[in-house]
Write a protein that binds this ligand. Structure first.
Ligand code: NAD
Length: 324
């Protein structure tokens, strides 16, 4: 548990960042968010406002709206920070295929700028959000950290570059940085471009779901609170410095099975069609988390049935309030 520290979360207005923010302020940490509130999807301002509304008066936080690719933004950030969680990125595999140059510049330049800032200010710990997409299509499963890296989208290459820079800054300049490879994260406030959020919305609206490919692709869906636990463990453990870890659930299911479960939860009949497989999508994501078990003491707690129910409980209310 991280308590009474000064923390910077980049991308803190996004899906995972907002959960981390909520957790850290609840534990009495003085938490700073920096985010450019990009328009990849709407609702980030409202999301953060809602979290802040629930805070007690003594909660210390600040929200900086700014772009990490601009060096001038770093003048606005306090220098006496204990831990940086670097989550800011232009997410989305498919988006990156259509906007390769934008994603490349955004994700790589902002990551290098954060490492430079951390180095100059002797920040004690940096945690970098990488992705299971760095592996590409698996040669064997479950994927351990040593599995070859064959990224198949500009997004995945940009995430791998962030790891290479982490390695460089650690080995050459002693920057205390840890990289975490997240596996398909879902939960309340999930990104609207991701399957679970998108599918629940379509089912609630009695609309047809489109599944890419034959739906037999395996996904290691990981509930957001497990990812937050992993981030916090990586932030506090000295043994994690200079290392890369998989953060997944290690219990993948087929997209077809996922959809069955989702219709059952909502209580509606299946309405599905299959469309062409998307470029950049890998066939299997399946994490081996033994390294994270051993060094971070990371053990995911939320299985898919419970996670889907929790997500639906949130989304049903969100849907009534904002969509209908
Ligand atoms: P998200 O899009 O909800 O959050 C990212 C946030 O970063 C957004 O709020 C965005 O406005 C901000 N941002 C982007 N570029 C910025 C810049 N130049 N300066 C300042 N802010 C900027 O995405 P998410 O799903 O919460 O993902 C968080 C991190 O986790 C990302 O680094 C992503 O690559 C990584 N990741 C996510 C998943 C997943 O399943 N959601 C899986 C693997 C890795």
């Amino acid at each position: 548990m991280i308590k009474n520290k000064k923390i910077l979360i980049t991308g803190g207005a996004g899906f995972i960042g907002s959960h981390l923010f909520e957790n850290l302020i609840q534990e009495g940490n003085n938490t700073i968010i920096i985010d450019n509130f990009n328009d990849y999807y709407p609702g980030k301002e409202e999301q953060i406002e809602e979290i802040i509304k629930k805070c007690s008066k003594s909660t210390e936080y600040s929200i900086i709206k700014g772009d990490l690719t601009q060096e001038s933004i770093f003048n606005k950030i306090d220098r006496d920070i204990d831990i940086i969680f670097h989550l800011a990125a232009q997410a989305g595999v498919r988006y990156s295929i259509e906007h390769a140059s934008e994603v490349t510049k955004n994700n790589i330049v902002s990551t290098v700028n954060i490492y430079e800032f951390a180095l100059k200010n002797e920040i004690k710990k940096v945690v970098y959000a990488s992705s299971s997409s760095v592996y590409g299509n698996p040669i064997y499963t479950p994927l351990d950290e040593e599995h070859p890296k064959n990224p198949i989208s500009p997004y995945a290459v940009s995430k791998l570059c962030g790891e290479f820079y982490a390695d460089l800054y650690f080995k050459e300049y002693n920057l205390p940085v840890t990289s975490l490879r997240f596996y398909t994260v879902y939960g309340p406030r999930g990104r609207p471009d991701m399957a679970i959020r998108k599918f629940f919305e379509l089912i609630l609206g009695d609309k047809e779901i489109s599944i890419y490919g034959d739906g037999e692709q395996l996904r290691d869906f990981t509930y957001v609170s497990d990812i937050i636990d992993g981030l916090i463990l990586a932030g506090e453990k000295k043994e994690a410095i200079g290392q890369v870890f998989n953060l997944g659930c290690s219990n993948p299911i087929k997209v077809n099975e996922l959809v069955e479960k989702m219709y059952k939860i909502v209580g509606k009949n299946k309405n599905v069609r299959y469309i062409e497989k998307q470029k950049g999508d890998v066939d299997i994501t399946y994490s081996n988390t033994k390294k994270a078990n051993k060094i971070l003491n990371y053990y995911p707690k939320i299985e898919i049935d419970e996670g889907l129910q929790k997500t639906f409980n949130w989304q049903r209310i969100y849907y009534k309030k904002n969509i209908v």
